[in-house]
Design a protein around this ligand. Structure first.
Ligand code: HDE
Length: 698
């Protein structure tokens, strides 16, 4: 490590990467048995403050108390202005297909090359203490600690964005966050100001269709796609550039919950997603995503009917296929949420040689914002020295001082060039024309006038074609979810002129969609809004639909198994084996917790029925003896457990006694209500044909 970089010790972590610790004898030296003050003084009593006499007032002299309270008073740091609620994990990225012909970036130079990563998933609108499952876009940010410096893909789980130009971002965020006068709603877009703004921003139409789709109700980050959104630039060793879009594809497949499920999960477990990721990693079932790229050149881009630098547009995978080049495995939870996840600072401007930006005006604004926000959130320009943010490769320059400087630079030279010599060599680092980062010279190619204009490129004016593409690429079930989400959100809007205006926008997207939403709101269907550019039909893209990919698999899913005293332990264990054989997981649920007498021994319940609604599981199965029926009959939670599983279109595995109970409760047997034998084969499937029987859909 160079003389200028902070002198942290490095030790290998489980992913083979190096993992930085606070310097020797630091505040969290695990080897130290004694409690000390921050000055290293051993503390004799951590229970009582220093008083004048046994019951006398506390003395100002008590520096141990004062130091402890002083530090506690300042424990909180400002939360992120957006993406405040998030959780993350460490892992490793492995290049599975080298692409030196496209980029000189070292992490893609050889197949098999491994790079440590830290990933953080987040909601956008809610505060740090809000819930994990609101209807919201999810952040998907990954920091690659490469040998050539840190590279961050700071993306979302949706491939497009609300706005085209960074200058609108503060307006967007103000509109979606809690209303300025009321201070509510928290973590919700279903309110006046959001839809007022959106209905005035036709460029947001494509994104709001994604937002109203099931994509914003992910089952957990493990089942989420991620996207870099913007078009970036790859540059190879010969200096040739290609345009690129980045995609993360979850190995377990994409899956979402229903809206009703998401709201019930929010009540039962506000930490559903962070718990899911943490516990899955603890169990060793490491989640994985494949990194894919869509590569195209400038000439092709110029021929498209949309502008690839417009972040409200995507390139269908059917047009430019996604090539998989690597795999990310998250295999280590943070040791400390604050030190790592909360203090992690991502920045789209963190790139490495071989990866460059484009002139996308949204991206360009982001290049400024992230560095700036860290100064107010982490309090110092030296946030890059925090272990979670520091590069794992040596780094050094002549930036000096600042608050909380951890490095102790050596020598007199703190400027460059200098002619101070040490052992015959000039002191300190020098620029490197051969291997240093060089900006790809494409900025002015598109518009050689280079006039300074507050304008957008012409193709940015088409706001509806891709929104239409998205709607028409969905299955009928997804279309009805989408229309219902619009009805729900707009039903929370008190301003009728905003509802009307939004309907004119939807009519410009697709008349069927607008008609369904208008009907749901009992409003007349207005004429479509005028489009600033011609709207055209694109070929539907099945890759944009979640359900087109088929039914979910058992791998990575959780099954709730209800049992009672007197249940057959043997049947329960056979069921568990069959589920685990397919990499599923079983949670044993009962009306009581702890060890229980069952027919052939004892069995310990993992969870109490009350507090473990079926919304927390991917499917449910019930193995109960007839004598348990009367206790279950009078238990409202038990009834809801099955009724919700049914309403959320989940598979219900039922023993004969359970079937009787379901019959009494009017829960109709259908394809998704199976016997115990069939259950493990169909369990994770959703039975959407049931939905119109249990829900009024738009
Ligand atoms: Fe961000 N965004 N953003 N954003 N963003 C932040 O940076 C910003 C945008 C995204 O897990 C902030 O450290 C502007 C698009 C993620 O820590 C801030 C614009 C996309 C995260 C900021 C955008 C994102 C952030 C707040 C419009 C998807 C969380 C705290 C030009 C490609 C990263 C922070 C994490 C966080 C600004 C638009 C993704 C204020 C100005 C588009 C995943 O700097």
């Amino acid at each position: 490590m160079s003389q200028d970089s902070p002198s942290f010790e490095t030790t290998p972590g489980p992913s083979g990467e190096t993992h930085q610790h606070v310097p020797n004898g630091g505040p969290h030296d695990a080897g130290l048995a004694h409690l000390t003050t921050n000055q290293g003084l051993r503390i004799s009593d951590n229970q009582n403050s220093l008083k004048a006499g046994r019951s006398g007032p506390v003395l100002l002299e008590d520096f141990v108390l004062r130091e402890k309270i002083f530090h506690f008073d300042h424990e909180r740091i400002p939360e992120r202005v957006v993406h405040a609620r998030g959780h993350g994990a460490h892992g490793v990225f492995e290049c599975t297909r080298a692409i030196p012909e496209l980029t000189k970036a070292g992490l893609f130079a050889e197949t098999g090359k491994k790079t440590p990563v830290f990933a953080r998933f987040s909601t956008v609108a809610g505060g740090a203490g809000s819930i994990d499952t609101p209807r919201d876009v999810r952040g998907f940010a990954v920091k690659f600690y490469t040998d050539e410096g840190n590279w961050d893909i700071v993306g979302n789980n949706i491939p497009v964005f609300f706005i085209q130009d960074a200058i609108k971002f503060p307006d967007l965020v103000h509109a979606v966050k809690m209303e300025a006068d009321k201070g509510y709603p928290q973590a919700a877009s279903a309110h006046d100001t959001f839809w007022d703004f959106i209905s005035l921003m036709p460029e947001a139409m494509h994104m709001v269709l994604w937002q109203m789709s099931d994509r914003t109700l992910p089952r957990s980050p493990r089942f989420m796609e991620g996207f870099g959104i913007h078009t970036f630039r790859l540059v190879n060793g010969a200096g040739e550039g290609h345009l690129v879009k980045f995609h993360w594809k979850p190995v377990l497949g994409i899956q979402s919950t229903t809206w009703d499920e998401a709201t019930k999960i929010a009540g039962a477990d506000p930490d559903y997603h962070r718990r899911d990721l943490f516990e899955t990693i603890e169990r060793g079932a490491f989640p994985q995503w494949e990194l894919g790229i869509q590569v195209f050149d400038d000439g092709w881009a110029m021929e498209q009917p949309y502008d690839v630098l417009d972040a409200t547009k995507l390139i269908p995978e059917e047009v430019v296929p996604v090539t998989i080049i690597g795999r990310m495995t998250l295999d280590r939870n943070p040791d400390n949420f604050f030190a790592e996840t909360e203090q992690s600072a991502f920045c789209p401007a963190n790139v490495v040689p071989g990866i460059d930006f484009t002139a996308d005006p949204l991206l360009q604004g982001r290049l400024f914002s992230y560095l700036d926000t860290q100064k107010s959130r982490l309090g110092t320009t030296n946030f890059h020295q925090l272990p979670i943010n520091a590069p794992r490769c040596p780094f050094q320059n002549f930036q000096r001082d600042g608050m909380m400087q951890m490095g102790v630079p050596h020598g007199r030279a703190n400027y460059e060039p200098n002619s101070l010599f040490e052992q015959g060599e000039p002191t300190g680092p020098r620029e490197c024309a051969e291997t240093g980062f060089v900006t790809f010279p494409d900025a002015a190619q598109r518009d050689d006038s280079c006039a300074r204009l507050r304008m957008r490129p012409e193709l940015f004016d088409d706001h509806y074609s891709q929104a239409r593409l998205f709607y028409r690429s969905q299955t009928p079930v997804e279309q009805s979810h989408l229309a219902s989400a619009f009805v729900f959100e707009l039903s929370k809007v008190d301003l009728e002129h905003v509802q009307q205006r939004m309907l004119t926008r939807l009519a410009a997207v697709d008349m069927d969609l607008a008609h369904r939403v208008a009907k749901g709101l009992s409003l007349p269907l207005p004429a479509p809004a005028k489009s600033a550019a011609p709207v055209f039909d694109m070929d539907p893209s099945p890759a944009l639909s979640i359900l087109s990919a088929g039914q979910p698999r058992m791998n990575g899913r959780t099954i709730g198994l209800l049992f009672a005293e007197g249940s057959s332990r043997d049947s329960i264990e056979r069921m568990r084996d069959a589920i685990e054989a397919q990499q599923g997981r079983v949670v044993l649920v009962s009306q009581k917790v702890g060890l229980q007498e069952v027919r052939d021994g004892t069995l310990k319940a993992d969870a109490k029925l009350e507090g473990s609604p079926s919304a927390l599981f991917d499917a449910v199965v019930s193995i109960i003896p007839p004598e348990a029926l009367s206790a279950l009959r009078s238990d409202h939670t038990a009834r809801e457990w099955f009724a919700d599983a049914y309403a959320h279109c989940k598979t219900i595995g039922a023993c004969p006694a359970t079937l009787r109970l379901l019959g009494e409760w009017g829960i109709a047997a259908d394809d998704g209500v199976t016997n115990l034998q069939d259950f493990p084969h169909v369990a994770p499937a959703r039975h959407w044909a049931r939905e119109p029987r249990v829900r009024l859909l738009a």
